[in-house]
Design a binder for this molecule. Structure first.
Ligand SMILES: NC(=O)C1=CN([C@@H]2O[C@H](COP(=O)(O)OP(=O)(O)OC[C@H]3O[C@@H](n4cnc5c(N)ncnc54)[C@H](OP(=O)(O)O)[C@@H]3O)[C@@H](O)[C@H]2O)C=CC1
Ligand SMILES: CC(=O)[C@@H](O)[C@H](O)COP(=O)(O)O
Ligand SMILES: [Mn+2]
Length: 395
């Protein structure tokens, strides 16, 4: 068996750690080429000691010096690189077969595009990249013979329920619709007025999944599900009117595909990201992930509800942005990243996230991006607008 040579972007995060857990179970299948991180130096160093990558990448020189100093006693062959170009380099290097894209937010876009243009197998957790540049990314994947395997639990579930060819390209011709399941987050049972004084820690206390803080807030507002609607559109070629969202608080059914003949196929499993990660790493084979099997009788009742779009305004905004097309998803994503960061910094209130996202979406009518540079510019213009019109007054 030819070993897969893997770059893990965002290795120090929640998805990054789950990925390394799966890789460590199968040393005969995988070797690590590069690990990247930002602030968590100690964790990155420990990962380098365990996996002995050829490269480690961080964002600034001061952090790099710290990592080099801590690695020095281990006499590894790991070179520490710095900056955004280095992230692209370790995603596109000739030796690499597989890139786990697990940087959070727009910062992950350029390395994912570099991997696509270098024809890599991309395991995509970084949904924001696809929301921003879905058309360009899927075109690059086709043009350069890359592969795009969804890691997001819902999209991995849908992928498992669709027919595909030996390159993993799906056939959606008999699909009537797609149902994305949503946990409803920590505030499923709260009323809108209960949400006025929510703290970052309350918003990050997801009832089912252990995740990074940005996606945890997105799950609480259901912007996560909105981003996932846009992600599903690009991954599976399904229009917005054929994508529906149902709240399923147990997070056991991870999503389903509804076919024209009345069949619905779903994927089930415990809420542990090692399941979709192992699936995408080993596809078309199956490998052990460290996650136990489901016991449905022990699990008990599964519930389903229609989401309240008044309370979860961000979900509604995402459908609006997807229908509008052009730069609207970029604007919504960038506005949301700014608003969530401000909320986590305790500079705005929880309910301001949806309010500011809506203001940005209504105010900014940017030209449809034709190139990756246009996407980056639309993202930057939205962030500038948020800082100038919304967030500056709060500093
Ligand atoms: N966690 C989950 O279960 C799921 C996550 N996803 C998606 O996967 C992605 C990662 O999520 P998650 O693992 O939870 O996030 P985390 O915040 O836990 O991890 C983010 C990773 O990105 C690094 N990072 C942060 N900012 C930058 C930057 N500006 N440039 C380069 N690297 C950066 C972090 O480094 P450091 O920590 O060292 O600062 C860390 O390695 C997100 O897009 C999320 O939506 C999708 C489905 C499920
Ligand atoms: C694990 C995963 O894929 C997350 O994106 C998850 O979907 C978050 O749960 P919500 O359904 O609450 O957004
Ligand atoms: Mn998800």
């Amino acid at each position: 068996m030819q070993k897969q040579v893997v770059t893990v972007l965002g290795a120090t995060g929640s998805i990054g750690c789950s990925t390394l857990d799966v890789l460590a179970r199968h040393p005969e299948r995988f070797e690590v080429f590069a690990l990247t991180g930002a602030a968590q130096v100690e964790r990155l160093v420990a990962q380098c000691v365990q996996f002995k990558p050829r490269f480690a990448v961080v964002l600034d020189e001061r952090v790099a010096q710290d990592v080099r100093a801590r690695l020095h006693p281990f006499a590894l062959n790991t070179e520490v690189l710095v900056g955004a170009q280095a992230l692209c380099d370790v995603s596109s290097a000739a030796e690499v077969t597989t890139v786990m894209a697990a940087i959070v937010g727009a910062a992950g876009l350029l390395p994912v595009m570099a991997a696509a243009r270098a024809g890599k197998r991309i395991l995509l957790a970084n949904k924001e990249a696809l929301v921003m540049a879905g058309g360009l990314m899927t075109a690059a994947v086709r043009q350069f013979g890359a592969q795009l395997a969804p890691i997001d639990s819902e999209h991995n579930a849908i992928y498992q329920c669709l027919p595909c060819n030996e390159r993993g390209e799906i056939d959606n011709r008999a699909v009537a619709s797609i149902t994305l399941t949503a946990s409803g987050g920590p505030f499923l049972k709260s009323s809108l007025s209960d949400l006025e004084h929510i703290t970052p820690d309350q918003a990050c206390a997801h009832p089912r999944w252990q995740m990074g803080r940005k996606i945890s807030v997105d799950s609480a507002t259901m912007m996560n599900k909105g981003l996932e609607v846009i992600e599903a559109h690009w991954l599976f070629g399904v229009p917005p009117e054929q994508i529906n969202v149902v709240i399923h608080p147990q997070s056991i059914i991870h999503s389903m595909v509804n076919y024209v003949d009345g069949s619905s196929l779903a994927q089930l499993g415990h809420a542990d990201m090692r399941v979709p990660i192992a699936h995408a790493l080993a596809w078309p084979e199956r490998i052990e992930s460290g996650v136990s099997l489901l016991d449905l009788a022990a699990q008990g009742a599964l519930e389903f509800y229609v989401p309240d779009l008044n309370k979860f305004k961000c979900l509604d905004l995402a459908f609006t942005a997807l229908r509008a097309g052009g730069a609207a998803p970029i604007v919504l994503n960038a506005a949301n990243e700014c608003a969530v960061a401000a909320f986590l910094d305790q500079r705005i209130a929880y309910l301001d996230i949806a309010r500011f996202n809506e203001m940005a979406l209504n105010a900014l009518d940017l030209a449809t991006p034709q190139t990756l540079e246009d996407v980056v510019e639309a993202d930057a213009r939205t962030r500038a607008w948020m800082n100038a019109h919304v967030l500056h007054a709060l500093v």
